[in-house]
Design a protein around this ligand. Structure first.
Ligand code: ZN
Length: 243
């Protein structure tokens, strides 16, 4: 038996308002496309938050009652308030909130803060094919997938991807143009679990793809806080009598 996992899907929600191509694919925003799918899955309580809400929709109450935060950002990473980033970092590292960073969230403030590297990469927008290989078949995030799945038209992200070596690497992508990319990366930071998942891009219907959505659901379950012991720090008395 599993407790309910409280998920917040965050989206900067700007592309959808200014680019009709994006609005056509995600009429109620990328956050709602993902949230609508997750609401149909068992054991989740799902809400959304967006950049232009007060405190970006991430008030103390929302942060403190979120088990897993899903993050989409692309054109407005710099508009995210540093104090909110500080709070998210604390909640992840010290309290174990999970973070799922999607696609262009490789450049989000919170992801870069947690990685400590530039998180830069190569990219090309040519609508080419991507084949996403499962390289850790026993990982819970790969549950229910085939050996690989394909996206017919994607934006390419290529190596070198400037991240610390992931603690677990679940997916590697191959692109029609020849590049490869570490597409599904797990990191542990303090008590928190972080999953970076590459597929996305606002002008393509990536978040309507059943395999992509399944991975996001699996990642939510994986990244949810573990119910382990609360660590104690500092000076302690010995458990046994010392000789
Ligand atoms: Zn993109």
């Amino acid at each position: 038996m599993c407790d309910v996992v409280r998920v917040t899907v965050w989206n900067e929600f700007l592309h959808e308002k200014i680019d009709p191509r994006v609005a056509e694919i995600y009429s109620r925003g990328i956050h709602n496309a993902i949230a609508d799918y997750l609401r149909k899955q068992p054991g989740l309580e799902v809400r959304t938050a967006t950049l232009e809400e007060p405190e970006h929709g991430l008030t103390d109450d929302v942060i403190n009652t979120t088990d897993v935060l899903i993050w989409w950002g692309h054109m407005a990473h710099d508009k995210v308030n540093d104090q909110v980033v500080d709070k998210l970092q604390r909640r992840i590292v010290l309290e174990g909130m999970g973070l799922i960073a999607l696609h262009s969230a490789h450049f989000s403030k919170i992801f870069r803060r947690l990685m400590g590297t530039s998180c830069n990469l190569k990219w090309r927008e040519a609508g080419e094919k991507e084949r996403i290989w499962v390289v850790m078949p026993n990982h819970p995030i790969a549950e229910g997938l085939g050996e690989y799945f394909e996206l017919e038209h994607t934006e390419m992200y290529g190596e070198f991807f400037d991240i610390p070596p992931p603690d677990e690497l679940v997916f590697i992508s191959w692109f029609e143009g020849g590049e490869v990319f570490r597409s599904g990366c797990c990191f542990y930071r303090g008590l928190g679990k972080i999953f970076y998942f590459r597929p996305g891009h606002e002008t393509l219907p990536i978040y309507h793809n059943p395999n992509v959505l399944k991975v996001i659901y699996n990642a939510v379950r994986w990244a949810a806080p573990a119910k382990g012991p609360k660590p104690t720090f500092g000076n302690v008395k010995p458990l046994e009598k010392l000789k």
